[in-house]
Design a protein around this ligand. Structure first.
Ligand code: 2P0
Length: 360
């Protein structure tokens, strides 16, 4: 499957060496992407909000070359990372039809993350979206293309081919990825800004990421996605994601926090229920994940403060809450929840703006 719109059809301009740089944030899914078809097509639509503080900063330094094939080195915090090469090689292969100039340069890809190394926070969304944005910035030079809107769309399209959830990190705020009948412009190929009204309460929603377990996951997301093929509950799950997204449209507009909480927590637990009912089955939550959830539920009942949790494909817990309760919730996290975190560590984050260029 090739998507003509993203294949350049103008001659390449010869350019000398140089570099481009972008920061790109991670994002947290509210309706989850879990299950995919070939060519990184999601089995169901998802919606996330883009974070602000958990970011990857990437510089792409390019030098023209004449030899065949891809040539690149990857550095994390200034140190060469040969183990990142296969994923990037695969990414370059997947996108080379859309970015045919890649073989004409040697690249030094220099990257750093703002979140703690090995924190169990997925860096693939921020890392792949930052790299995709750098590639598109180089494309703008090679093809003298200055259509900023198109270039951002293309960055999301390319990022998806690197890691599905990465396509939701280009835009800020709420982002939808995957075709949904109620959302005009939604697409399986790229993330698009949620096109409807969003209530003030959600515009600066808070996400405290509790680092319950910082170790390497026992089952990767790629394996997890694959286990949704022939999963006994797959059809119902994919339909549920469509229904949840439908239900979220009026909730995001009205600011109905009880209805929001109900959907967000149900999504998180369904994601993990899918893992637990796969064949082979697996569990990514840890005992402290459940302790956090139960403690959070008790706090919500006692205080009536509308906080809730969501989960990624791991043991860490994302605690979501409106900004006006930040003082009480952050005290609660420090006093009652940080004890369930490895080394007491958590990260305070909130809705952010998406990719940004780094001035060089
Ligand atoms: C999401 N996750 O919607 C879901 C929820 C994890 C749980 O997208 O194979 O790293 O690179 O396309 O994007 C994690 O999967 O998978 C993910 P690939 P990705 O955020």
């Amino acid at each position: 499957m090739h998507v003509e719109e993203f294949i350049p059809n103008t001659p390449q301009k010869k350019i000398g060496e140089g570099s481009v740089g972008f920061t790109s944030p991670s994002n947290i899914a509210l309706v989850k992407y879990w299950g995919k078809k070939p060519h990184q097509i999601p089995a169901n639509p998802s919606i996330s909000f883009t974070l602000n503080n958990c970011k990857t900063e990437t510089f792409l330094r390019y030098t023209p070359k004449t030899s065949d094939g891809f040539s690149f080195e990857v550095y994390l915090d200034g140190k060469k990372q040969p183990e990142f090469r296969p994923k990037i090689e695969q990414f370059f292969e997947r996108i080379s039809i859309y970015s045919p100039f890649l073989a004409n340069f040697h690249f030094d890809i220099e990257t750093t993350n703002t979140f703690p190394h090995s924190s169990g926070i997925a860096s693939s969304a921020s890392g792949m979206s930052a790299l995709a944005m750098c590639i598109v910035a180089l494309e703008a030079l090679v093809y003298e293309d200055s259509d900023a809107q198109f270039l951002k769309r293309k960055a999301s399209f390319l990022a998806r081919l690197g890691s599905g959830s990465a396509c939701r990190s280009i835009e800020g705020g709420f982002v939808v990825w995957g075709a949904h009948s109620s959302i005009l412009g939604s697409s399986d190929l790229e993330g698009v800004a949620f096109p409807f009204e969003v209530h003030e309460v959600f515009k600066d929603y808070q996400d405290a990421i509790l680092l319950v377990d910082k170790g390497e996951k026992q089952v990767s997301s790629s394996v997890g996605h694959n286990l949704m093929h022939n999963h006994p509950f797959a059809k119902e799950r994919f339909q549920q994601a469509h229904d949840h997204l439908d239900a979220l449209i009026p909730i995001l507009k009205s600011g109905d926090l009880n209805a929001f909480i109900h959907i967000i927590e149900r999504e998180a637990l369904t994601l993990h229920a899918m893992m637990m009912s796969s064949d082979p089955y697996f569990i990514l939550m840890k005992p402290n994940t459940l302790k956090v959830i139960n403690t959070l539920w008790s706090f919500r009942k006692e205080t009536q403060i509308p906080i809730c949790f969501t989960l990624d494909a791991g043991a860490n817990v994302h605690v979501l809450y409106p900004k006006r309760y930040a003082t009480e919730v952050e005290q609660f996290i420090q006093n009652k929840l940080s004890g369930y975190c490895q080394n007491g560590q958590y990260i305070l984050d909130h809705v952010g703006k998406g990719v940004e260029p780094i001035k060089i």
